[in-house]
Design a protein around this ligand. Sequence first.
Ligand code: AMP
Length: 396
Amino acid sequence: MKVLVANLGSTSLKWRLFEFSNRQERMLHKGGFERVTDYPKAIEDCLAQLRDAGHIASEKDLSAVGFKTVLALGVNGCVRLDEKTVRAMEACNSIAPAHNPPYISGVRLFAQRMPKTPLVGLFETAFYQWAPEAAMRYAVPQAWHAAGVRRWGFHGASHKFIAERSAELLRREDVAQRARRLYVDGGSSAVRQPDLRVISCHLGGSSSISGILNGVAIGNSLGMSPQSGLPHNNRVGDLDAFALPFLMRTAGLTLDEAERLLCKESGLKGLSGGANDIRDIQTQAAQGNTNAQLALDVFVHHIRHWIGAYFLQLNGADALVFTAGIGENRAELRETICANLDQLGLVLDREQNLATRAQEAVISAPNSRVQVMVIPANEELVVAREVKRFLENTQS
Ligand code: AMP
């Protein structure tokens, strides 16, 4: 069985092709295009690359295309992306304006190009279905909650992969198994004691932190929308709800303009005054740019804030994991995040940290009670596995 997982951005298309056979799974191919202006052509070129590499003769060899879909009210888990589901995603465009529209148009283009191939989405909210209600509620009128104003949590595929992989590395096969089977068994299956407590930091263009107890999420720093939680590259992160009506009244901002500014001109970009890539921000800060340094300081402050929250909720931590573009590659930032935590039992191995880039490694000192790890993100694998399971369940 071959499953193509497509990662859709407004101007990017990235993919990984997986093959499943006799209990074995392999990634056959990965690739992508940036600065895409003609999406149907990008899909065509993706399929051409898979043909040229000899992985498929035609799209008929794909059992399904899987997508890391973000949000649709009333839909969760791993589902067929039929028109009804796509319309439910469309109804959430204003909650996820940077994510849902490219997915919707991309999924429709894939549907046109390969109408007979199942298109299946694993929603990023799926990992939080078993989080305690108290962690997911906002203190709003009940009717608002019923309308969807609640914490959903995102980056579910990434944090689920960390739940699985960190348990494997910590030699807790019982927890790894529970995390792998979470969407089949739910969050209630038993594991042996003691509890395995993991704090997963997905730090990239979009960032979030999850607390994970025995393979199951207890919460995520992202709330109702992917614009919340930590500051993102150009999206705002947490903001007092009353800031918006205040600015609309006093500065005459329209709702559309406010949305655009919160979604495209805020986050690290807003703080630094222009740069939104952490590499550029760090370079500017090193050159003495105080706004760039402030952007880094705010980012680190919020990261530590959320790590602290889960450290308390979990009654400590067995592992603190860094993943995604920044988490995997920016050793200096990891060092700043982990500074002065020895009283909490967390001590970094400075040299091992500096030597670790985009590879799996333990970067804490031998005497650290909390193991600090870098684990490269593998969201696509989580999507592919769930799509495979979905196909097996629906075809049997
Ligand atoms: P992501 O959204 O996971 O692709 O992460 C994007 C962020 O990670 C950007 O802010 C980059 O600065 C940072 N990043 C990604 N790849 C690298 C790399 N190879 N070296 C340093 N930073 C990186």
